[in-house]
Design a protein around this ligand. Structure first.
Ligand SMILES: [Zn+2]
Length: 321
């Protein structure tokens, strides 16, 4: 029996949550319904699997709600995957940051980005059969998704009147090139997407067609959020929580420690990125997790390289300087 129910749970003033299953290790994604009067809106769309589809339809039906807007925090399959079909079926407008829409297109299975990813992984020293597995499993994840028709391009600092409240758009790159959070200043509610997850740290990866220095962007995004009067964080995965400044500090500390661990892994001489990755994450990762572990390791190596702490040789190995 499923652990998921078509129930909307009140999680902040004017905001309800619906958990939808996803076929990935995080198990579920949170959709948020902004609906306290005004224009009802849905934040994020879930991943296209039959159980999630049925739960979402049932939940909206039971609550008697018809969202008019679908706002997508970022173009990862578990967040935007059902956007196109929901927009068509429910007549929703889709609001999204333009660079995120580009990312959604860049990772469609036929796109050349996958060749770039294979090249990047080979250069990182990942064995050829594993590179192939990583690419194929990645394409399988993306295959059921479709980039939606976007009706409004979101920009930093846009003020949105949704669900009877005013939401400010915060562009918080790092986990994704133009990831978006929403802040209701009046209630101190932050709809955080994957920028500020509880318990696990969001994947910060150096991806083809992504940012050049994603870890730097992530740390800057965290620093920019820190002074904001946030009292309640509504994350894309896991449960809502209140300890906003503490969580920001933990995430910053985690990456500082990780950077030290990368330097430590290079203390005895040059290593490929894949060797550093196995030191950090262990050697027995499946192709799904290897994909994220390698791009995360590369984002840390890139951060250190740009700051003169490591150097990449012509043979593609990394050295501490
Ligand atoms: Zn994500």
């Amino acid at each position: 029996m499923t652990e998921f129910r078509p129930d909307l749970e009140a999680v902040a003033p004017g905001v309800h949550r619906l958990r939808l299953p996803i076929p990935f290790p995080m198990r579920w994604v949170n959709l948020y319904l902004l609906g306290d009067g005004g224009t009802p809106a849905l934040v994020d769309a879930g991943y296209p699997v039959a159980e999630a589809r049925a739960l979402l339809r049932e939940a909206l039906h039971r609550a008697g709600l018809r969202p008019e807007v679908l706002l997508v925090t970022h173009a990862h399959p578990d967040h935007f995957g059902m956007a196109a079909e929901l927009a068509e079926e429910l007549g929703l407008q889709v609001w999204m940051e333009p660079r995120e829409l580009e990312a959604a297109r860049a990772y469609q299975p036929e796109a050349s980005t996958w060749d770039e990813l294979a090249h990047q992984f080979s250069e990182a020293g990942v064995p050829a059969p594993l590179v192939e597995e990583v690419v194929q499993s990645g394409k399988r994840v993306w295959a059921p998704t479709r980039p939606p028709e976007v009706t409004r391009a979101l920009r930093a600092d846009d003020q949105l009147e949704l669900g009877g409240r005013r939401w400010q758009v915060l562009v918080t790159p790092g986990h994704a090139p133009a990831h978006v959070c929403l802040l209701d200043l009046q209630s101190g509610t932050l709809v955080a997407g994957d920028h500020l997850l509880p318990k696990i740290t969001p994947n910060i990866g150096l991806w083809p067609a992504g940012s050049e220095d994603p870890l730097d962007e992530f740390l800057r995004s965290l620093a920019a959020l820190r002074p904001l009067p946030v009292r309640r964080v509504l994350p894309g995965h896991g449960d809502p929580y209140d300890a906003f400044p503490d969580r920001i500090q933990e995430l910053m500390d985690h990456h500082r420690e990780r950077l030290q661990a990368v330097l430590h892994a290079l203390r005895d001489g040059p290593r490929t990125a894949y060797e550093v990755c196995m030191t950090l994450f262990g050697g027995d990762l499946d192709s799904h997790n290897v994909r994220f572990a390698v791009v995360e390791t590369l984002s840390h190596l890139e951060y250190l390289k740009r700051r003169g702490r490591v150097r990449r040789t012509d043979e593609g190995v990394y050295l501490a300087t």
